[in-house]
Design a protein. Structure first.
Length: 418
């Protein structure tokens, strides 16, 4: 009798255990994605569509949950802290300035085994694009969004100042700024808040013009760093009164509302010229390479740019979740999906995708100028190879704009941060 009871209990326990195991095995996997492609970002709509489509195709098995990160700088600070002391998100985007510390943290998923075992990756990426991103035999990020940052200018406002074409040298550029000022408009959008993004791009252009595209290999003692700050010092004579302390929203907002004539940002901003700009702004915009410094080591038509955002994933202890994450990354890198993203936003991507022939005019002009450029030099925060120096840039620029330091003093601030 006792044996029979024990046998029944044993069978019941095994049945219950198998039920639990089956339930666990088939439970929906949740992938958390703290995404900056939300809110006013030009990629928001298609990213939401792609996530919804992925979730529908994998209903009951995998669900991607977007955690909205509307402030790029706060997101970067949070991610930096997670890389250093916390746990990484399941899926995330990472800027070029954090790729090295991400790899060294040991917290990122190594995607190399997946890339080596699945032809998808080498089919959608250009030759050696993934191999060149490997560190110590590991692949902890997938290059994704690329960028170039030419000058964007308001042709209508320049014409009112007597200019039909954008100047190709800084002497003529500042003469143009005088002419624009005389019309009652402000020449350039600048900023010093947060990472001083748009002004940092101008500095990067001037730096490559003065010192050549390999300037970051020459050290902070090279005179090009001072010359580029001299350009910025003068630039702040032709900007808005709120530029010191302004963030990207303020800087971009002035250009979108035709309060400034000249702006610098990447192709991802193209869609906003229509969605957020004053009526008729888009058709009045032209793009051009930045002006050149006389006697510099750069070349006319030179561009700056590089990798904007790479895809990455946190290390997983559950093989099933790791496979789910990789499946989602494959979805984001599918050429058809990348083409949709590029078409809707104007952003550029490294994934091989057949883009529609009716891509935005500004995208086509940027792409053509990039193709004709003698070089595409890194932007300062990526090329300098030092996170402390990159973070110090906005402080040095603020001090320069306020008149607290000279261009030489601004360079010294960068050197002291190293």
């Amino acid at each position: 009798m006792i044996k029979s009871i024990l046998k029944v209990i044993s069978v019941a326990f095994i049945t219950f255990s198998l039920t639990i195991i089956s339930t666990v095995a088939t439970a929906e996997i949740t992938i958390n994605w703290p995404s900056i492609w939300v809110g006013k970002d030009s990629k928001t709509t298609v990213i939401r569509e792609l996530v919804d489509e992925f979730n529908a195709a994998n209903a009951g098995a995998i669900k991607v949950v977007i955690e909205e990160q509307t402030d790029y700088d706060i997101y970067a600070q949070k991610l930096t802290a997670q890389i250093s002391t916390g746990k990484l998100p399941d899926v995330f985007t990472v800027g070029s300035d954090l790729l090295d510390i991400l790899h060294r943290s040991g917290k990122a998923m190594d995607l190399a085994p997946h890339v080596n075992s699945d032809s998808h990756w080498n089919n959608v990426y250009p030759e050696n694009a993934l191999q060149s991103n490997m560190m110590g035999g590991q692949l902890t990020n997938l290059p994704y969004e690329l960028f170039v940052t030419p000058v964007t200018y308001n042709k209508k406002l320049l014409k009112a100042a007597g200019y039909d074409e954008f100047p190709d040298n800084y002497d003529d550029f500042f003469k143009m700024c005088e002419a624009v000022t005389a019309t009652g408009k402000v020449c350039t959008s600048q900023m010093t808040g947060k990472n001083a993004w748009t002004s940092m791009l101008w500095y990067s252009q001037a730096l490559a013009s003065a010192g050549g595209p390999d300037i970051y290999e020459k050290g902070l003692d090279h005179p090009a760093y001072v010359k580029a700050f001299e350009v910025m010092e003068k630039m702040y004579k032709y900007t808005t009164s709120d530029a010191i302390g302004a963030d990207a929203g303020v800087s971009g907002g002035h250009f979108l509302n035709e309060r400034t004539a000249v702006f610098m940002n990447g192709p991802w901003f193209i869609a906003r010229y229509t969605s957020d700009g004053i009526a008729g702004l888009h058709e009045n915009i032209g793009v051009a390479p930045a002006p050149m410094l006389s006697g510099g080591e750069g070349a006319p038509g030179g561009y700056i740019g590089g990798k904007q955002s790479s895809l990455a994933a946190g290390k997983q202890s559950d093989p099933a979740k790791e496979e789910a994450v990789v499946k989602f990354l494959k979805w984001l890198t599918t050429p058809e999906n990348v083409a949709r993203l590029s078409y809707s936003s104007g952003a550029m991507f490294i994934v091989k995708a057949d883009l529609p022939s009716d891509m935005d005019r500004l995208f086509q002009e940027m792409n053509e100028q990039k193709g004709n450029a003698p070089y595409v030099a890194p932007i300062f925060i990526n090329g300098i190879g030092s996170l402390p120096i990159a973070k110090e840039f906005s402080q040095a620029l603020s001090a320069l704009a306020l008149g607290d330091v000279t261009p030489e003093g601004a360079v010294e601030m960068l050197q002291d941060a190293e």
